[in-house]
Design a protein around this ligand. Structure first.
Ligand code: GAL
Length: 637
């Protein structure tokens, strides 16, 4: 498959006289795709029921005349002001009970049936007009579900929907009371209609109640997306896509993806480093202009798992963004590096956000490929360089990685609901596992929590940290897989209803180990491990006769084993992770990489990416800061 570039464009922001030269310059830069329309509702339907297609017809015509392929967005992330007059109760409500008002975007509650139908009707209108238009070669539905904290809504529509969802799930109020343990604190209900959303309680709500609400909220996003899919599907053969975000975990992306054809995500490496990643000041200073060396790759691998390997970067950061606390510019070369990294992880398309920096409104400080005065910004040349390189690069087809890592959205909800320690964060735990594997030069595939034994075929090791509850199917698949598998810390210690598993977990067949006590640790405290490294954030006391591969210096077991199954009773620091990866990956060649260098293998090539701010030498080549290089595989010995 030919890998291509795209760009996000807002014809409605610019005089029509500029469109033709924009299209020409996009084509000259080697761009293939142009995404339009996803926020343009107020121009597409200026009054209820009055549609204006003329400008969009012209924009499509002008762009397609230069050979550009259109990705058309449904505009449901930005309902126009009149929609609120129609549905005054359509706004999401925050946990403090305040409506999230008009004046920016994503101002809707996924549970509101009226707005959900209005959005599906808009998708239908767009589908009728452009569904069979070959120039529209892909669709984007909505924009970034969950961005700006928009999954959990405490609206009246959500309350009504939640009660209905609970009734369907539990069938009788007695079953719900038993499942949630509502005898505790006299929380028993007599009818489903008495159940409120789990906000504004005096102290912590029942974790089972909160977990049920989180599952419900995720299902609402799935149903919301599906409503537009149902409208569009019969009208087009072009693929349906959604653009996910980085570290947005409040809904199950695997479930949304089941209704779509291609996954995509919006990659803002420098914004994410500043805005949503842990890391000490030294780490943040070192990667200030490059982004974290594992954050992009992690999401590439996660989103590659959603639709059988089909995924894009729908928005790629091109320069300083506007929304993080601090917004430095990328090192020269980083836009090229990020683009190639995505292709090496299997992206079909990398699309830059945005074509020209807007001179007005919220994002006027956000860079584009062009400056607001229409002059090239530094990223334009880098994008053009990638386009040229793509024409000479042979196929970059992905291949199976040696190790697999399980990612489970419900485990994030479980540990948010019952963290037990302020530093226990599921994403952070999985991400540190991923980082430990990548530091050793490994390529990684991410798998869903319902992976079957067939899905595990061909891997040499599997990691599943922090899985709140492991289904009996997955436990069986791991047992049958006969490759080294690591569960823990905190794996399979809870039921899906947020009760303590009894008998005590992890309940691994043939592994005589029980977690009899857990402790969370504050920052700067650690529990030392015999032979080097330490446990941080979270430590468990294990009982049982399983063989201990690693022990704490106090003699208590930390990593226990029976056959190929392993359980880890603590959260490792980086030094301990290196030892654990070496133990589990005895059958995989490991290479401890220089700080900031990362590798990724495709079917035919090994790529190296230098995220470090200084030159790095590896395998006979020196990569300057922000450089990318690749070798054909196999490498000579
Ligand atoms: C994304 C969003 C875009 C734009 C961009 C700015 O989250 O999808 O519309 O706001 O961020 O970085």
């Amino acid at each position: 498959m030919k890998r291509t570039l795209g760009v996000c464009y807002y014809p409605e922001h610019w005089p029509q006289a500029m469109w033709a030269s924009d299209a020409r310059r996009m084509a000259q830069a080697g761009i293939t795709w142009v995404r339009i329309g996803e926020f343009a509702w107020s121009r597409l339907e200026p009054e209820p029921g009055v549609f204006d297609w003329d400008w969009l017809d012209s924009a499509i015509e002008v762009l397609a005349a230069e050979g550009l392929k259109i990705v058309l967005g449904t505009p449901s992330a930005t309902p126009p002001r009149w929609m609120l007059d129609r549905f005054p109760d359509m706004l999401a409500v925050d946990a403090a009970g305040q409506p999230r008002r008009f004046g920016s975007r994503r101002h809707y509650c996924h549970s509101h049936a009226g707005y959900r139908k209005a959005a599906a009707d808009m998708a239908l209108q767009l589908g009728k007009r452009y569904g069979r238009d070959a120039r529209v070669a892909a669709w984007q539905i909505d924009n970034e579900y969950g961005c700006h904290d928009t999954v959990l809504s405490y609206s009246e529509a959500a309350r009504v929907g939640f009660r209905d969802w609970l009734g369907q799930k539990y069938q009788s109020i007695g079953a719900l009371n038993r499942a949630w343990g509502n005898v505790f604190w006299s929380m028993e209900y007599e009818t489903f209609d008495q159940i409120d959303l789990p906000n504004l309680t005096v102290t912590q709500p029942n974790p089972a109640h909160e977990m049920a609400f989180r599952r419900f909220a995720s299902d609402q996003v799935v149903a919301w997306n599906a409503a537009q899919v149902v409208a569009l599907r019969p009208l087009t053969d072009a693929p349906l896509i959604h653009n996910y975000m980085g570290r947005v975990l409040e809904f199950d992306h695997f479930a949304v993806a089941r209704d779509l054809d291609i996954a995509s995500w919006d990659s803002y490496p420098i914004g994410f480093l500043s805005d949503r990643l842990e890391g000490d000041a030294a780490h943040k200073a070192r990667y200030l202009r490059q982004g974290d060396p594992d954050m992009q790759a992690f999401h590439h691998d996660l989103y590659r798992a959603l639709n059988n390997g089909r995924w894009w970067v729908m928005e790629q950061q091109p320069g300083p963004v506007n929304w993080a606390p601090f917004n430095p510019a990328p090192l020269p070369g980083m836009v090229r590096l990020w683009s190639w990294e995505a292709f090496a992880h299997g992206a079909e398309v990398v699309s830059y956000f945005r074509w020209r920096q807007a001179p007005f409104a919220q994002e006027q400080m956000h860079a584009g490929l062009l400056r607001p005065d229409d002059q090239p910004a530094p990223a334009l040349e880098e994008a053009a360089q990638v386009a040229t390189e793509l024409t000479t690069m042979p196929e970059v087809a992905p291949t199976q990685s040696p190790v697999a890592l399980i990612f489970d959205y419900a485990s994030d909800w479980a540990w948010r609901t019952l963290p037990q320690g302020a530093d226990f964060d599921y994403f952070r735990l999985v991400f540190e596992t991923y980082r430990a594997l990548r530091r050793q030069g490994l390529s990684i595939d991410i798998l869903p929590p319902n992976a079957s034994v067939g899905d595990l075929h061909g891997y040499k090791a599997l990691f599943a940290p922090g899985l709140a509850s492991v289904s009996s199917e997955l436990m069986g698949a791991l047992a049958d897989a006969a490759i080294p598998c690591l569960l823990g810390p905190r794996s399979n210690l809870m039921t899906p209803e947020m009760s303590t598993a009894l008998p005590l977990g992890p309940g691994i067949f043939g592994l005589d180990a029980r977690v009899v006590r857990v402790e969370s640790l504050p920052p700067a405290s650690a529990r030392a491990v015999e032979g080097g490294g330490a446990v941080v954030h979270w430590t468990e006391t294990l009982e049982g006769d399983a063989i201990a591969l690693l022990e704490h210096t106090d003699g208590n077991p930390l990593l226990v084993q029976a056959g190929h199954m392993h359980y880890l009773g603590g959260w490792p620091d980086a030094a301990l992770w290196d030892r654990i990866v070496a133990l589990l990956c005895a059958d995989v060649p490991l290479t401890l990489l220089p700080d900031g260098l990362r590798l990724r293998d495709t079917a035919t090539h090994r790529f190296a990416f230098n995220y470090a701010p200084e030159p790095v030498t590896w395998n006979g080549r020196t990569l300057k800061a922000a450089d990318v290089t690749w070798w054909p595989l196999p490498l000579p010995d």
